[in-house]
Design a protein around this ligand. Structure first.
Ligand SMILES: Nc1ncnc2c1ncn2[C@@H]1O[C@H](COP(=O)(O)OP(=O)(O)OP(=O)(O)O)[C@@H](O)[C@H]1O
Length: 761
């Protein structure tokens, strides 16, 4: 298998993982790039050497080799590189691929490291050699008048050797990284997966977070420029502050001049600050605001440079705390990122719990489970609070710690600076002047503030990164079944065909739900699916809507593989009416016109067809009546009729029905059934049938049991056959007369003779 993967590019199945997970070698393999460069180097070297003048010339360059006049050594070098790099890089690729399956093979790791080391050594050595030779030749050409110039092709070979050595060294140094890339696995949809085939979560980086602010780039640029100018004024202001102190000790003129400069600096700085603040606020991104504060760095560096120029030893005293604060800031940042992620997860759990309980409040009430769900929610909130407590404590400790260290360093600078001023006072010229010390103190405050803020911001930023892990997670999710793209047919005839379909729900990979299913529904036919509960009837309907793709076999719609059709398009041609239809918390009109824009007349027309107009008109607000969350303000039968109208307004070619087993009252059931019967006319219908009248009228009854077709045929055929279907009917019908009717196969009216138990379940 490995050999196969090396010979051929493309996708390979993972051992023992079925066909789903595979590794993909990039079309432009890194190995091929390196080999191409190395071979070009080898071939070019030999050709240029051979082309170098008459044959004596190149023989002389070997026989009487001179370092600055012959290039035979470069040819040998190229030969060495071809013979070492070419096999070793291919071998490294083979090892990298093997490590996908066997990542913990220490021997392989050692071999790979050794090969890498040899490659790096040779390429770096080759680069050093060719650069040295090139420099010496160039030096001789420029400075040695007695130097006999080499043949032009030899010069070309020299240039070629330097340039290609440089490229090769870069490629070899990067090969370590490139081989690591190979160890990433991709599934058939190009999504990176781990060894179990689960999508790998992409790391959220600061870069990715900041990239969200891309559209605000022009504003950001203006803001950043203003920031630089305002930072510049902040950097130089303390310097002039100190100068003012010193100038005051000299002359009034100097004092006035320095004060004027200081004034210009402050006014300019304020104007730029204004622009910066306006532009960044306009950009309106928290990320951007953070970025602005991040650029405190520029003030810090600028200030530090000036501080060094004022007094190096004082600056050293101040900087002594930097490594400690930096290291703790990095650790703190990592810790905060992890905590914040946990915090968001716990909050998410609590939110889900609340949403679920509130949306099922009636069930909660029925079981008097208010306290239970309140406790569950409380427990989730408590968990997030526990993490929140850690967050608060860590933030407090860090800020306090940094504050202490910064204050300590300021005190230290004050003491040491004071000592230097004192020394200068006693022995002028030996320490620092009060002016310099003033400037220095201002810088110290500025740098200390910026540093403390930056450390805290780093923590905040890492928190933001942690918090956004969930968001990016959702953004990165790719549906297995794409929502758009695919063919759109001029016409859809409604023919559905399942060809040897196997299916397993991704969330329960160990149990196959559909096995080798072959089923054809001709245009205009009504096919009834019956069978025991959990047999797979709803799954078949889900597959027709392409909510999932089969693991094996295929499903066609109008003769076309469902996977080739545009889901957005074909789903408009299919309507589903389920047992318990989901309505949305808006008006009846909006619910009926959910699938497309429709006029009130169209809505009324389909509502009439669905036997819904009458009850809708009896409401005070008619079609504007709000149905409440999930339609709670309507009865079961009313909801179903609205769902039928919602399906009808799409004028679907195919109707998927899950008949209601719920005990609607006789009148409601009659109205719903009448509406359904009307809706079925002229359409291809697949119905999960629970009523006798439906199975009797069906063109074909298909018994689905444990994911396979037990039997199929018309109701009469199946009863005559006396198999699973008949047993199902016999077992489930309660009334003796009905059983007689059914198995005696007397002609029946379409009406159900009396209320019966469902045929399924
Ligand atoms: N989303 C899902 N994830 C995992 N397993 C599922 C999922 N939906 C259904 N199943 C399982 O698939 C099997 C077939 O379920 P399906 O709903 O298709 O049966 P059914 O014949 O329609 O049953 P019923 O008549 O009770 O509605 C069952 O074992 C069920 O537990």
């Amino acid at each position: 298998m490995m050999a196969e993967s090396l010979n051929g590019e493309g996708t390979m199945a993972m051992p023992g993982q079925g066909q789903k997970t595979s590794y993909t070698l990039p079309a432009m393999r890194y190995v091929n790039i390196v080999l191409t460069v190395v071979f070009i180097d080898g071939i070019a070297s030999v050709v240029l050497w051979l082309a170098g003048g008459d044959s004596d010339y190149f023989i002389d360059s070997v026989a009487s080799f001179q370092f600055k006049k012959s290039v035979f050594d470069l040819v040998l070098l190229a030969f060495l590189k071809v013979s070492v790099h070419a096999p070793s890089i291919a071998y490294l690729e083979a090892i990298a691929i093997q490590q996908i399956d066997y990542p913990y093979n220490p021997r392989q790791k050692t071999i790979a490291s050794l090969i890498n080391a040899v490659n790096i050594l040779i390429s770096l050595g080759g680069l050093a050699f060719s650069v040295t030779k090139g420099s010496l030749v160039l030096y001789s050409v420029l400075h040695d008048s007695g130097y006999v110039h080499m043949h032009a092709t030899y010069n070309a070979l020299l240039v070629c050797a330097v340039v290609l050595s440089l490229i090769e060294t870069g490629l070899i140094l990067y090969s370590f990284q490139a081989m690591r890339r190979l160890k990433h696995l991709f599934n058939d949809d190009g999504v990176e997966v781990d060894k179990e085939g689960n999508p790998v979560k992409k790391a959220v980086s600061i870069k990715r977070l900041v990239s969200l602010a891309k559209p605000e780039f022009p504003m950001l640029l203006g803001g950043t420029l203003s920031l630089f100018f305002s930072s510049g004024t902040q950097i130089v202001a303390p310097l002039y502050f100190g100068k003012v102190v010193d100038a005051a000790q000299h002359s009034m003129d100097e004092l006035n001049r320095t004060i004027l400069i200081l004034l210009v600096i402050y006014v300019g700085g304020s104007l730029f600050s204004m622009a910066r603040s306006w532009l960044f606020t306009l950009a309106g991104q928290r990320v951007v605001a953070r970025l602005r504060k991040h650029l405190f760095m520029s003030i810090m560096i600028g200030s530090l440079v000036l501080m060094f120029s004022l007094n190096a030893s004082l600056t050293g005293v101040l900087l002594s705390v930097v490594p400690i604060v930096s290291l703790s800031a990095v650790q703190y940042g990592k810790f905060m990122k992890k905590l914040r992620q946990q915090f968001q997860d716990r909050l998410g759990d609590a939110g889900t719990q609340a949403e679920e309980s509130l949306s099922s409040i009636r069930t909660v009430r029925t079981f008097s489970a208010e306290h239970k769900v309140a406790n569950l929610y409380g427990a989730d909130v408590d968990k997030s609070y526990q993490v929140g407590k850690k967050l608060a404590a860590a933030g407090g400790i860090f800020e306090g710690g940094v504050g202490m260290m910064v204050a300590g360093s300021i005190v230290l600078v004050l003491w040491y600076g004071g000592k230097l001023v004192h020394e200068n006072y006693q022995n002028p010229g030996s320490g620092v002047t009060p002016g310099i010390f003033t400037s220095f103190l201002l810088y110290t405050l500025q740098v200390a503030m910026a540093f403390a803020l930056m450390s805290a911001l780093y923590g905040d930023f890492m928190q933001a990164v942690g918090a956004s892990v969930r968001i990016f997670d959702l953004m990165d999710r790719k549906p297995k079944v794409p929502n758009e793209k695919g063919e759109i047919l001029a016409q859809l005839d409604g023919r559905i065909e399942f060809k040897s379909v196997d299916f397993t729900y991704p969330s329960r990979p160990e149990s196959k739900v559909i096995t080798n299913l072959c089923l054809t529904v001709e245009p205009g036919e009504m096919v009834a699916l019956v069978g025991p509960s959990g047999g797979g009837k709803s799954t078949i309907v889900n597959l027709i809507e392409r909510f999932y793709d089969p693991d094996d076999g295929y499903i066609t719609l109008g003769g076309q593989d469902l996977r080739d059709l545009d889901p957005m398009w074909f789903r408009q041609k299919i309507s589903m009416v389920s047992q318990e239809p989901t309505l949305f918390a808006c008006s009846i009109k909006d619910n009926i016109a959910y699938g497309r824009q429709a006029t009130l007349e169209e809505v009324i027309s389909v509502a009439m067809e669905a036997n819904a107009h009458e009850f809708i008109s009896s409401f005070e607000e008619g079609y504007e009546t709000k149905v409440g969350e999930r339609g709670v303000r309507l009865s079961g039968g009313q909801k179903q009729r609205i769902a039928i109208a919602r399906a009808l307004i799409m004028d679907p070619t195919i109707l998927l029905l899950d008949e209601a087993t719920s005990a609607l009252d006789a009148e409601s059931e009659h109205l719903v059934q009448e509406a359904i019967d009307r809706a079925m006319k002229g359409r291809t219908v697949v119905v999960i049938a629970h009523r006798l009248s439906t199975v009797r009228n069906a063109s074909k009854v298909v018994v689905i049991d444990k994911g396979v077709i037990g039997e199929q045929g018309t109701h009469e055929e199946l009863i005559r056959k006396g198999g699973v279907y008949k047993r199902l009917v016999l077992r489930q019908l309660e009334a003796g007369s009905v059983v007689d009717d059914l198995i005696n196969l007397e002609p029946q009216s379409n009406e159900c003779p009396q209320k019966t138990a469902p045929l399924t379940g």
